[in-house]
Every structure is written in C-alpha cells, then in structure tokens.
Write a protein that binds this ligand. Structure first.
Ligand SMILES: C[S@@+](CC[C@H](N)C(=O)[O-])C[C@H]1O[C@@H](n2cnc3c(N)ncnc32)[C@H](O)[C@@H]1O
Length: 507
C-alpha cells in the first residue's frame, strides 16, 4: 500500500478534471505570448526563450490536443506544410497512408496555428545549423529530432512551481500525457459510441491502433477537437487574455500587415479599417521592422566591401524612396562572407550524391499544379538550393522519351554544358540510386514571371567521377513557406513538341 501522502496524491489525481491538468498552459501563457510577440516582430529572442517557447508548444499538443509525446516528437515538416484549413480550424496529419509510421491527427485553432508557425518560421530555422537533414518539426537545441517531450513537460511545470498558490489542487499536479488522456477518457464516459470512437481516434498515435479505426475525414477531426474543448469544460478561448487586447497587439498588427523589405506601409485608413488604433505607435514600430529587413537585404547584396556610392545605387535600384538605412550605417554593419566554391564544396557534393538538401518540403497543392516544393527555412539570394536529380542521358534519348509521353507530367530537364546538349531523366522514378526517396528537384514547378530559382549547369566530382549536374540558385531572398519555382524556358505551344494549350506555362 502506498504511504499516506502518496495515497492523498493518488486520490486527488482521480478527482482531477481535464482543465486542471491543463492549468500549466494558463499559468505559462503570458510569458509564452511575450516571446511570441518578439518572434513575429523580429525582435531579439534569447536561446533560453526559444527553448521555453518550444516547451509550451509541445505542452499544448500534449495537454490540450491529447497527443502522446511520441506523436509530437514524430510530427514532420511535411505534415506541417501540408496542413489543411477546415472551417475555423487547421487540420494537421491528415491523409496519411499505411507506409507512415505515425498516425497523429489533430485540429488546431487559428491562434494555435500562428503560435506553431512562429516556432516553425523563426525558431526552427535558427536551430538548424549543422548539415543534418532532419524532417522533424520540433528540433532540440542541438539540431536533432526532439526526443524529450515528456521531460520538457516536467521542466515547464517545474519552472512555474512557485507561481502556483500553495494548497490548491494544481499544486500536486505535474500533469503527464497519460494522466491528461485518462482524465479525458473519464470525461468522455457519457458520450455516444460514435463520439467515443472519434475521441479515441483523435488520441491514437501508432499505426497499429489507427489501422483498426476508420480514417477520419478532416471535418470529423475538427468536430472532435471542438468536442474535446467542451469536455474540458470551457470554450476555445478559455486561456485567452482580457477581451479586447487582441486589437492592441503589435503581433496581430504584423500578421495583418507583414513588414517585408518591399511591403507598403499601412495607411491610417488601412489601420483603422483593420480595427487597430489610428495613432503612430504601431506604425512607427512597423517602419523600424521594415528598415531592419532592408538593412539585412543590403548587407547580403555585397560580397565585397562596397563604396558608399554603390550602396546608394543599390538603394536606388531597389526603388526605396524612404525608410531606408543610411549608406554609412550599411557600411558600418557590413562583414565579409565566408568563401564558397561550388566545385570543391564538400557539403554540396554530399547533397548531390545523397540528396540530403535541407530546408525543403514537398507540398501537395492539389489540382493541376499537384506537388510542389516549398522552403522550410530561409534562403539568401545566391544560395544553392538543390539540384535536378536524375540519370544524365543524351539530348536525343531525352527527346525520344518526351515523344513517348502521353498526358503525364514531364520530368525531363534539357540543358547544355559547354557544347554538349544533355538531358536529366527524372521521369524514370524512383531513380536507381535513391529507390526510396522522392527527390525534390523533380517536384519544382514552373513560373516565367515569378521564378525565384535559376538552373546552372556544373561538372562536379562525385564519388571520384566527373558528373554533369544542374544546380538551382536562389534569385532573391526566399522566406519560409514560399514556393520554389524556376522558368522551364519553354513556350506553351512548343512544350513536349506538341501544340498543346498549357496556360500555366505563361504564369
Ligand atoms: C517537373 S514536374 C513538377 C512537379 C509536379 N507538379 C508534380 O506534381 O509532380 C512538371 C509538371 O508539373 C506541372 N506544372 C509545373 N508547373 C506548373 C504550374 N505553374 N502550374 C500547374 N502545373 C504545373 C506540369 O504538369 C508539368 O508537366
């Protein structure tokens, strides 16, 4: 029999409601939101704050969405970029098939999505420093897949131990995933059988369990998430701050009016129409954020220390009439970049031979466009992003393959290196060297007007042999979530040698 004080704890645990298990989310919320605001306004965030932010995000998925730690750890970038908006929620992990190991599927509110997106677009890219190619959404600060979600939950509770008043029930509680899930099952006892099945499917996390159940539709996942909120005894805003604060929030302002180097400042009328104050407080902060972005772009544009006149010309070419950094400030902040030679760069050779390109995910846009590639970390103008991978064949062989294609998408890249016309065959799929991978280059879509990548032929020594490769270079700075595209360089009437009216080739 457990000692008396443990018996009291066990008894209290039996009485705990779902909301009480979720109390840590409310207690830590203000600190979390402070970091969120800093992230979206591009203010400096300490690495300790980044870790606390990640801990809160994983706690949210465990305690509010009842996902088990293994499912949170297994969440991938591909699942995140392929999330689907359904009604007022965003469904993640939908459309899995049997080859996938995890079966977590949950529906976030729009606010929660913005929180996780801030982790994904601001913290995750900073954590990826080495050459490890990790597709996991949550990374540890050592740039590897996060394996400590349970432990992180304990650390989050410990950090707020003192702020919980002595003698309250919460004081006894360090909620674990298992306890929160079992409190939910207790709360679900009076539901109908169909609702119970939906709840237990929302909680399922391994393929074996998920296979026994029907695959839920995204609408069912959303309905179940709403049901879970009601079982927790309150609505989706139960952790929200005082009403009316949202419109005073600069983070919300930036979300409504993103401050990129090229965006137009919101006018007073724009601000008022969107429900923000008409005064200059947010406006001035917005201008400072844009100025910082412009400074960043100018600094990246010069690989050698420029003359002041060149910086002035650079600003003129950008067409920025006001709110630009002073040329003298750009010169003061400029630092030389590290040298990078394509033909001898070891990382690049490894990426070509092993297809370990970082910062990219394949996203399904559906319809005619189909699969495409999006950035999962920022790229700078001039960066090599990936290659067009496939077997190098002769131009003539490529043309024969092209003529034999019916209506299917084309994965042949014709190019010239020196005087030699060649073709890369990515039509034959999967390739012999990567039988289990969908290589990213073949999923790049076309755009003649908004291309952000440019193909360049090179000869590289790969595994001791000279290999013809086509590398894609970023034509401009590319941020997270942007689709990567290049100009296929063909006209719609001549594509595939047929007189086909393919309108997308004019895009
Ligand atoms: C190299 S593949 C690109 C990846 C392809 N979307 C997929 O789902 O695998 C080329 C094919 O993609 C499609 N495609 C490329 N760019 C497109 C665009 N901008 N809009 C619509 N479809 C496009 C065309 O069917 C083309 O033959």
């Amino acid at each position: 029999m457990p000692p008396p004080h443990n018996r009291v704890r066990l008894l209290i645990r039996d009485m705990m409601t779902v909301t009480q298990y979720q109390a840590i989310l409310a207690v830590a919320r203000n600190d979390f939101l402070k970091i969120f605001r800093k992230l979206v306004s591009s203010a400096q965030v300490l690495s300790t704050e980044e870790t606390s932010y990640r801990r809160y995000c994983t706690a949210l998925l465990v305690l509010r969405h009842f996902q088990c730690p293994a499912a949170v750890q297994g969440l991938t970038v591909s699942e995140w970029v392929n999330r689907k908006e359904v009604d007022d929620r965003v469904v993640i992990g939908f459309g899995r098939n049997e080859t996938m190991q995890r079966a977590a599927c949950f529906a976030l509110t729009k606010e929660e999505e913005a929180w996780l997106q801030a982790y994904y677009s601001h913290i995750r890219p900073r954590v990826i420093r080495s050459d490890l190619n990790c597709d996991r959404f949550f990374l540890s600060s050592a740039d590897t897949a996060l394996l400590t979600v349970s432990n992180d939950l304990g650390v989050l509770h410990k950090a707020y131990e003192k702020s919980w008043s002595m003698g309250t029930l919460e004081n006894f509680l360090r909620a674990t995933s298992r306890q929160a899930r079992s409190a939910l099952e207790t709360a679900a006892a009076n539901l109908t059988d169909t609702e119970k099945e939906a709840v237990s499917s929302y909680l399922a996390y391994n393929t074996a369990v998920a296979k026994l159940r029907r695959v839920p539709t995204p609408q069912t996942v959303v309905a179940t998430a709403t049901l879970l909120d009601s079982l927790a005894g309150s609505d989706t805003d139960r952790f929200s701050g005082p009403s009316g604060t949202k419109s005073l929030d600069f983070a919300a302002f930036l979300m409504r009016f993103p401050a990129s180097a090229d965006s137009k400042a919101p006018t007073k009328l724009d601000r008022l129409k969107a429900g923000f104050p008409g005064d200059r407080v947010f406006y001035d902060k917005w201008r400072a954020a844009q100025k910082a972005k412009r400074m960043e772009r100018l600094l990246k544009a010069f690989t050698r220390k420029p003359q002041e006149s060149r910086v002035k010309y650079g600003i003129l070419k950008e067409g920025w009439k006001n709110n630009c950094p002073k040329p003298a400030d750009v010169l003061a902040a400029w630092k030389p970049a590290t040298q990078f030679v394509i033909e001898t760069d070891e990382d690049l050779r490894r990426n070509v031979s092993q297809q370990t390109w970082k910062g990219l995910a394949i996203k399904d846009f559906g319809g005619e466009k189909g699969l495409a590639v999006v950035a999962t970390q920022p790229f700078s103008k001039g960066d090599i992003v990936c290659d067009y991978h496939g077997k190098v064949i002769t131009y003539a062989q490529g043309k024969v393959m092209m003529q034999n294609l019916q209506d299917e998408a084309v994965y042949l890249f014709f190019f010239r290196t020196g005087q030699r016309p060649l073709c890369i065959d990515a039509q034959t799929f999967p390739c012999e060297c990567h039988p289990c991978a969908d290589t990213v280059g073949r999923r790049l879509n076309h755009s003649s007007k908004q291309a952000n990548l440019c193909p360049e032929p090179f000869v590289l020594k790969v595994n001791g042999q000279d290999v013809d490769v086509v590398l894609f270079r970023a034509l401009r700075d590319i941020s997270v979530d942007i689709e990567l595209k290049f100009d296929y360089g063909v006209k719609r009437k001549s594509f595939r040698g047929e007189d086909q009216d393919l309108q997308w080739l004019d895009e």
